[in-house]
Design a protein around this ligand. Structure first.
Ligand SMILES: Nc1ncnc2c1ncn2[C@@H]1O[C@H](COP(=O)(O)OP(=O)(O)OP(=O)(O)O)[C@@H](O)[C@H]1O
Length: 256
């Protein structure tokens, strides 16, 4: 059974069909990255999987249709980092990351020692201990992006959705964050569905890639089959050269 199985997914927003007949699976322990030009429908796909959009077709998480899951069950099953998460005002980093434990805390209960230990562990792994008491708006963009990921990891869900998770990170923190997710994928059999605009980095970490354009899947497969000059030139209207690196294709933009 797949951690995530999507069949014939279509989404209409503002009267326009944004996703059309998307099929996609992610197995436990697999990393699938969705790429595609601006407006292709990548974020919409992740939002639908997170249970936040009306849709046609079917989205199943570990064999259960997403619309049959209660809010709490869904929060235990899937954790998401949105492109621009809503930040509650006046919240410290540690309180925000603790929100990730909400699905495990009873409505009138308090967080357990385990909840606090999970949060401490995640803050340490993401280099955020020094920021624990800071208010979120006082952080830099990259620091805040790591906090958003920390909250999602604190959720300990078996399916992780990452929408451009490293867009604000410097190259060192980018590698730290992606390596951490990769470790979790291997150690805890985490299923990862991500979107990324840096195609070379995307190809280094993904087991499979899905190229979307105009709300449809136009190519899917291992990075070497999707990151081709022909597909990228056509779908992005970009001039690129694809080189063979030690860890997969390297996509270099070429000036005309
Ligand atoms: N509520 C809405 N009403 C109408 N159109 C919408 C709505 N929400 C999104 N869209 C459109 O759906 C399309 C897909 O948007 P989406 O954010 O999924 O793209 P994306 O592939 O994630 O793009 P990007 O790479 O720019 O982040 C876009 O053309 C967007 O303008």
């Amino acid at each position: 059974m797949s951690a995530l199985a999507i069949e014939g997914l279509s989404v209409t927003l503002g009267g326009a069909e944004i996703l059309s007949g998307v099929d996609l699976t992610v197995a436990a322990g697999e990393w699938v990255t969705v790429i595609g030009p601006n407006g292709a429908g990548k974020s919409t796909l992740l939002r639908a999987v997170g249970g936040r959009l009306a849709h046609r077709g079917s989205i199943s998480i570990n064999g259960t249709h997403v619309s049959a899951l209660s809010r709490r069950a869904r929060a235990r099953a899937v954790a998401a980092v949105a492109q621009t998460p809503v930040v509650p005002p006046g919240m410290t980093v540690i309180d925000y990351v603790l929100l990730g434990r909400t699905p495990y805390i009873s409505p009138l209960g308090r967080e357990s020692a385990r909840d606090l230990a999970v949060v401490d562990g995640v803050l340490a792994r993401l280099d955020l201990v020094a920021f624990a008491g800071r208010l979120l708006p006082t952080l830099s963009g990259g620091e805040r992006q790591r906090v958003f990921l920390a909250r999602a990891l604190a959720q300990e869900a078996p399916l992780l959705l990452l929408d451009e998770p490293t867009s604000a990170l410097d190259i060192g923190h980018q590698q730290d964050v992606l390596d951490l997710v990769d470790d979790l994928r291997r150690d805890r059999n985490l299923a990862v569905l991500a979107t990324m605009h840096d195609l070379s980095v995307a190809g280094e970490y993904a087991d499979r890639m899905v190229l979307m354009a105009g709300g449809r899947v136009v190519a899917a497969g291992p990075p070497a089959e999707v990151l081709t000059e022909e597909l990228l030139t056509t779908q992005y209207r970009a001039r690129v050269k694809v080189l063979q690196g030690a860890h997969g294709p390297i996509v270099v933009p070429v000036r005309s």
